[in-house]
Design a protein around this ligand. Sequence first.
Ligand SMILES: NC(=O)c1ccc[n+]([C@@H]2O[C@H](COP(=O)([O-])OP(=O)(O)OC[C@H]3O[C@@H](n4cnc5c(N)ncnc54)[C@H](O)[C@@H]3O)[C@@H](O)[C@H]2O)c1
Length: 248
Amino acid sequence: MKSAVYPSLEGKRVVITGGGSGIGAGLVEAFVRQGAEVHFLDVLEAESQALAAQFAEASAAPVFHRCDLTDTAAIAACFEAIGPVQVLVNNAGNDDRHTLDEVTPAYFDNRIAVNLRHMLFCAQAVVPAMKAAGGGAIINFGSISWRLGLPDLVLYETAKAGIEGMTKALARDLGAHGIRVTCVTPGNVRTPRQLKWYTPEGEAEIVAQQCLKGRIEPADVAALVLFLASDDARFCTGHEYWIDAGWA
Ligand SMILES: NC(=O)c1ccc[n+]([C@@H]2O[C@H](COP(=O)([O-])OP(=O)(O)OC[C@H]3O[C@@H](n4cnc5c(N)ncnc54)[C@H](O)[C@@H]3O)[C@@H](O)[C@H]2O)c1
């Protein structure tokens, strides 16, 4: 397949949270191939080092920063070290299953911290330089899960619904500065972690419910994110963009 190249992404400084594995690793690869200066934040040391090493020969090699995104002071320090950013992809999340009776106040706070809170504080860290530059792009990862009402994910789905509200609010507040804020809503994407939840029969059930009969790969999601990050999407803001093969 021949894929698009966006000249406007070349040389841009891009930060990807949760870039060490899954969709995030696909995003790192996709932005490196566009000639962007990629920085990715993760807690997975070995996977992230291996990913960075894979592209060590690229014109701009991606840089891994170990950062626990539940620690807001660590987020601030990390962005301070990176410097002005033109594109922020708020991708990190965690879809551990849980039932209502298992939820404690501490677990509630932890799930919101892992799935929602860091997106706002990463945005807060990049916005001053984006304002000074007269623009930028922030792309938040939502999920189809709460639209479908999938079971045993109440806190994850609460966070993912909140991300859509946050996207709308920030797009309004930041639009006057030329900063675009969008949300990507993936269906089921074939990552190593998803294969933990779904058996081959489970995967086949998802495909049966999709309009398009194939498995979505991280590169397919990255293709949408590249467009939203590029200047070609200059009037896209404040909305969700779905990539679910027509599942919902
Ligand atoms: N894969 C899917 O089918 C799917 C579907 C809908 C939405 N999404 C969303 O897409 C995004 C990426 O999902 P994925 O499937 O690649 O997930 P994943 O679990 O494979 O990868 C998430 C990455 O985030 C990192 N991360 C998690 N907590 C962190 C923390 N506290 N600090 C730093 N890094 C942390 C993980 O180490 C991991 O590398 C998530 O926001 C997820 O909710 C995924």
